[in-house]
Design a protein around this ligand. Structure first.
Ligand code: FAD
Ligand code: DHB
Length: 390
């Protein structure tokens, strides 16, 4: 088997990359370890920067996103018993859109299969080989047979736990890793969202976030311990804790059946560089942000834009300059987004036994944010998405 770009992973990064390459007449094969049902059912991100929506629109994968996505012009921060609206659109002229990651993934899978293009699910034993040569290959098993996919380029879009980053010699990578002493307990519930806009709440008992998937489905998160036992959280306890931390008035937080629940660990992680020879890492394979700033999927999309431009030039015979610049171009944004995600996270979470001085600084910063249009504008321009390099 032979292709131009072998893509490992059918998450947002791999699927969008395949689609944007297709638009440019570049062939690819997408290999995914899990089943289609699993990938389409995995509930994760929900908030898209305007630039991500525009990228997906130009890629021709946003028809349903435009029909069903919820466009937001602001968000709410709640702390010290008060609500503060950050007027995203007034401050930046831009919006963000709520649309479930798994819905975007479903849309891209359906398009790829309808176009009859290769996307293999349930591949196993994936191994990326010869990446330091101009003929990299991917060995894998599918439908009970061993295969080798010969490529010009391999795109490692296989998420944080994938095999691609691990295929780069350890001595060639510098890794930055910061775990946090807390996690998020997330639920999806059949209940009207608490507010039309997102509410990020800082409370003495810990952080909480009220977001949504539709006018009838709420998505809610609570700060918890990394090793939190879900069995200790009855539905009543979850709703009571959410109401308390979100500062909900009587009747403000509608409850309903909990459709899904899970605990998500949090870390900041960057592996540099994002390229080794003919292997290019994109999305969570190269970097992880804590979810507070809603940046993970958006950053994956930003990487893909840069990679597509580089591959387009390469396959058009215009040389490797953009491929050589790929890692540095991506990392410029990655580190700005890391800073913002870390900043939102540390500002809004509870640190047990933390440094009293740092806690006072956080309170001062929140007070500054509440009263300063400049501070709010800085939050807003990062939240709606920094401009792309191209
Ligand atoms: P993934 O989505 O992880 O895709 C990688 C794919 O590769 C997977 O399908 C996996 O099965 C496959 N794979 C792994 N190993 C192999 C292998 N060996 N061979 C073949 N395939 C393999 N981001 C936002 O932008 N906004 C948000 O609001 C937001 N909220 C979040 C909330 C939660 C609770 C969580 C957990 C994450 C959130 N994120 C958010 C982050 C976002 O979900 C990720 O950043 C995003 O999924 C990254 O996409 P990706 O394609 O790089 O990786
Ligand atoms: C969602 C998740 C986030 O981490 C965030 O900051 C905003 C929204 C969500 O799942 O909708």
């Amino acid at each position: 088997m032979r292709t131009q770009v072998g893509i490992v992973g059918a998450g947002p990064a791999g699927l969008l990359l395949a689609r944007m390459l297709q638009q440019r007449g570049i062939e690819s094969v997408v290999l995914e370890a899990r089943s289609r049902t699993h990938v389409e059912g995995r509930i994760r991100a929900g908030l898209l920067e305007q630039g991500s929506v525009e990228t997906m629109t130009v890629a021709g994968v946003a028809a349903r996103l435009h029909r069903e996505g919820l466009v937001h012009h602001g968000l709410h921060l709640r702390f010290g018993g008060k609500d503060h609206r950050i007027a995203l659109s007034d401050l930046t002229g831009r919006t963000v859109t709520i649309y479930g990651q798994q819905e975007a993934v479903k849309d891209m899978i359906a398009l790829r299969l309808a176009d009859g293009l290769p996307l293999l699910f349930e591949v196993s034993g994936v191994s990326v080989q010869e990446i330091a040569t101009t003929r990299p290959r991917i060995a894998f098993r599918h439908d009970g047979r061993d295969h080798v996919l010969e490529c010009d380029v391999v795109a490692g879009c296989d998420g944080f736990h994938g095999v691609c980053r691990a295929a780069i010699p350890a001595g060639a990578l510098t890794v930055f890793d910061r775990p946090y002493p807390f996690a998020w307990l997330g639920i999806l519930a059949r209940a009207r969202p608490m507010s039309e806009e997102l509410i990020y709440a800082r409370h003495a008992r810990g952080f909480a976030l009220a977001t949504m998937r539709s006018p009838a489905i709420s998505r809610l998160y609570l700060q918890c311990a990394p090793e939190e036992d879900l069995a200790a959280w009855s539905d009543d306890r979850i709703w009571a804790e959410l109401a308390l931390r979100l500062g909900a008035q009587e009747g403000e937080l509608e409850t309903g059946p909990i459709l899904q629940r899970g605990v998500t660990a949090m870390r900041s992680f960057v592996a540099e560089p994002m390229r080794h020879g003919r292997l290019f890492l994109a999305g969570d394979a190269a970097h992880i942000v804590p979810p507070t700033g809603a940046k993970g999927m958006n950053l994956a999309i930003a990487d893909v834009r840069v990679l597509v431009r580089a591959l387009e030039a390469f396959f058009a015979g215009k040389g490797e300059a953009l491929m050589d610049a790929y890692s540095a171009t991506c990392l410029d944004r990655v580190w700005k987004v890391q800073r913002f995600s870390w900043w939102m996270t540390q500002l809004l979470h509870r640190y047990d036994g933390g440094d009293a001085f740092e806690e006072r600084l956080r309170l001062a910063e929140l007070d500054y944010l509440a009263g300063s249009a400049a501070a709010q504008a800085s939050l807003a321009e990062n939240y709606v998405g920094l401009p792309y390099a191209d």
